[in-house]
Design a protein. Sequence first.
Length: 259
Amino acid sequence: MENSNPRHMHNHIRLQNVLFLTGLALLLGIMIIIAIRANMAQVAQTDNSNQELIDYIEKQEAESAELEQQIVSIRQEIENIHEQSAESESMLNILNDSLAKINLTAGYTAVSGPGIVVTLDDNTAGAELAKKNNPATYNAENFIVHDKDLLYLVKALSSAEAVSINGIRIVDSSSIRCVGSVIMVNSTRIAPPYEMLFIGNGDILLEELYNSGRYITLMYKEIPINATKSDNIVIPAYSGTYSTNYMHVYRENRSSETD
């Protein structure tokens, strides 16, 4: 029988071995290809993940850089505001100082300091004696303090930084005048005794007083006048108004510009 042929059996076994080895090689190849593709996919996935991470990091860095720039810009604005505030505060202080000086010069601020106190009174005792002894030549005007006496004393003591008469502040626009038998300072009537306060150097003020012609005249007329130095004189603020009899608001005529 052919099946019992040893050569044929050997060939058949050899063919089976070849087929087995071929199948095994094929299976091994397929497995290797699958492994390679899986590895390539993993590598590709890793590369994609790394790129996404890189893109994210770059985006965050760009946003951080933009935020840092905004912070720098805001800080600069804050510094500018602080500088402007400092400049405004400095300008406000300058304006306040200027206003304080103007108010002081204009008399709108109460002031205090050293100076002298000058008191004057009518010579009532001398008037009564003169009227009794010489009624024919008696003249009451010779025994009272006049508005000119106060005015000339104020002008004579020119070094005074501030002046008041009976508590009324004297400023550049003040008026001292007689209305009938009454002395008016600004718009207020005053009566004797008259107290004149002068703030300044006491020694200089006394020297100006004693050397003035009005003081000598008052002493000659025996008008009671006394002057003393003081370390703490208080003069109130000016409570009147400044008159503008001749001043008007200037408005430029622009009709020629619109023609």
